[in-house]
Design a protein around this ligand. Structure first.
Ligand code: NCD
Length: 298
């Protein structure tokens, strides 16, 4: 499972139904006796912990690699050897790595299922699954809504995967809102174009905010921007506040964010009717349980 576009709409609908029913499914411990390796070569809080709790709630156990410095990679072991080892110790591998293509490479080396937990700026399929599931839970459907995706669309894998995930459905319109330096990558725009998904690139959230049903906010990916001066010049260039939402947004707008947040959503939004990012994080456990149950649970 490398990219969200490895899946069909039907796959995701099945996943959503599984997620809706996962609590009762978990009672039969579908992962009993199964081991999932969590190979996190890059920092992670939510993705790692939600996979960990998902495996355990399904009756399975985890093996954890966290940070390159702690393991033999620091002694010069190559990724292929590390993956081959994990492949023989575990029944599935979740991998996060700073290099694009690392998960695909791992999937070529391993015999067991490989789930991409984020590879560089490229893909984060399970994040997109939980984002789409959150929309489905909030609105009853992913179709027919107007979306704004705000922030670092160039280096942010969560934003790219969310946009690609929307292409499996029928969004009314997608506004890609970013400073000019952080526009969505060509390969993502090409998918929108090929599939005829209506989208517009804009710089100012204020210009489109009133039309949106869902606002997906992302942080600037400081660690992936090659030039620190560029980050300094972009820092704080957009910020969603309660005042802004109250003055311009639809009453029913929902704000999503993959987290972690830096300063792009003001704390004033947290206790408002617009906030949906904590629900989103919570639903991440259900979605990852559903995915593991479908992939490994028989
Ligand atoms: C995202 C990631 O790692 O890409 N975080 C996450 O998994 N929830 C988003 C980010 O780091 O900005």
């Amino acid at each position: 499972m490398i990219s969200i576009t490895d899946f069909t709409r039907g796959d995701l609908e099945l996943l959503f139904i599984e997620a809706d029913n996962i609590e009762s499914r978990a009672k039969s411990k579908p992962l009993e006796g199964k081991v999932v390796a969590l190979a996190f070569f890059e920092p992670s809080t939510r993705t790692r912990l939600s996979f960990e709790t998902a495996v355990k709630r399904l009756g399975g156990s985890t093996l954890l690699i966290s940070g390159e410095e702690a393991i033999s990679v620091a002694k010069g072991e190559n990724l292929a050897d590390t993956i081959t080892m994990l492949d023989s110790y575990a029944d599935a591998i979740v991998i996060r790595h700073r290099y694009e293509g690392a998960a695909l490479y791992a999937a070529e080396v391993a015999e067991k299922p490989v789930i991409n937990g984020g590879d560089g700026r490229q893909h984060h399929p399970t994040q997109a699954m939980l984002d789409l599931y959150t929309v489905y839970r909030l609105f009853g459907s992913v179709d027919g809504l107007t979306y704004g995706v705000l922030g670092d669309l160039r280096y942010g894998r969560a934003a790219s995967s969310f946009i690609l995930g929307l292409t499996l459905f029928k969004p009314r319109h997608i506004y890609l809102v970013s400073p000019p330096q952080l526009r969505a990558r060509r390969e993502v725009l090409e998918v929108l174009e090929e599939l005829g998904i209506p989208y517009t690139e804009v710089e100012k959230l204020q210009d489109v905010l009133g039309e949106l049903d869902v606002l997906y906010v992302t942080r600037i990916q400081k660690e992936r921007i090659p030039d620190p001066r560029e980050y300094e010049s972009l820092k704080g260039s957009y910020r969603v506040t309660l005042d802004l939402l109250e003055s311009s947004a639809k009453e029913t707008l929902k704000v999503l964010h993959p987290l972690p947040r830096v300063d792009e959503i003001d704390f004033s939004v947290d206790n408002s009717k617009y906030q949906a990012y904590f629900l989103q994080a919570r639903l991440g456990v259900k979605v990852r349980m559903a995915l593991l149950s479908l992939v490994m649970g028989g």
